[in-house]
Ligand binder design. Structure first.
Ligand code: NDP
Ligand code: 8X3
Length: 252
């Protein structure tokens, strides 16, 4: 019987590319996101290749997440891989000029939402055991601070450390946990972050040869299909065009 992957944030970017990658390999798919029209489009595109169950779901809604997981029909209830991908950045303003509501939305989505989905699926992953995986999408923002990153950076640092701590708790269960931390990647992420600023999107990616969602999907699929005795704890991925800047020093 094909394995099942549960992917959050499957309506766009990395999550949608992951759905296509797992579908190519014939996996059963549980695909979630808030935009039900997008979910329908993806289901229509994939259903010739694999079985698809879609859930219109906001990961910030704890009761809805728990209900969606508890009511997964067969064969989708036997989840082998959770791809915790739903997330967002909002704004690029320095902390002292930022919007508290945006901070709270990032925390509620990137931290609380991710932990809620994980908590709901842990029992079934532990029941399957060896060969199953949780793949959390972190970010270089969780490793390296940058101006205007503030709460987004903090939320992704949480994802990194939560992933490592989960590994400790899951010792002996056979369940793997990986945190994949991409750098500059081309997706709607930048439109969401800038409130739909297409010029900012174009300027960010121009000439940078950024990571593409397909690159992330191939990496996630590789992580999910490694031999069952191997665990990649943390994997940072950047485009070749991206690296670090020197420390900044303000002088009197
Ligand atoms: P996109 O904006 O293209 O995709 C984000 C996905 O998250 C969408 O499917 C969206 O679905 C979903 N989502 C957002 N909020 C919620 C919510 N409250 N409930 C359920 N789903 C939600 O961005 P990416 O594909 O680039 O981002 C995917 C992940 O990768 C994010 O966690 C992001 O932080 C991370 N990342 C992105 C990088 C980049 O440069 N693009 C680099 C490193 C990490 P919907 O709107 O339908 O709910
Ligand atoms: C997205 C990458 O550098 O915009 O997580 O924070 S970055």
């Amino acid at each position: 019987m094909p394995h099942t992957a549960f992917i959050t944030g499957a309506t766009s970017g990395f999550g949608r590319a992951c759905a296509h990658r797992f579908a190519d390999a014939g996996w059963n798919l549980v695909l979630s996101g808030r935009r039900s029209d997008r979910l329908q489009e993806i289901q229509d595109a994939l259903q010739a290749r694999c079985a698809v169950h879609t859930i219109s779901l906001d990961v910030r809604d704890t009761a809805a997440v728990q209900d969606a997981v508890a009511s997964l029909p067969q064969p989708f209830s036997e989840v082998h891989v959770l791809v915790n991908n739903a997330g967002l950045a909002l704004g690029t303003a320095p902390a002292q000029h930022s919007d508290l509501e945006q901070w709270h939305r990032m925390i509620d989505t990137n931290i609380k939402g991710l932990t809620t989905v994980t908590h709901a699926l842990l029992p079934t992953l532990v029941a399957r055991g060896r060969g199953t995986s949780i793949i959390n999408i972190g970010s270089v923002a969780g490793h390296w601070p940058y101006p205007g990153g503030n709460v987004y950076c903090g939320s992704k640092a949480f994802v990194e450390q939560f992933s490592l701590a989960l590994r400790s708790d899951l010792q002996g269960s056979g369940v793997r946990v990986s945190c994949l931390a991409p750098g500059l990647s081309e997706s709607e992420f930048t439109l969401v972050r800038t409130g739909g600023d297409q010029a900012a999107y174009d300027a960010l990616y121009a000439g940078a040869d950024p990571i593409q969602p397909q690159d992330i999907a191939d990496t996630v699929f590789w992580l999910a299909t490694l031999p069952a005795h191997l665990n990649v704890n943390s994997l940072e991925l950047m485009p070749v065009s991206q690296s670090w800047s020197p420390f900044t020093i303000s002088r009197r």
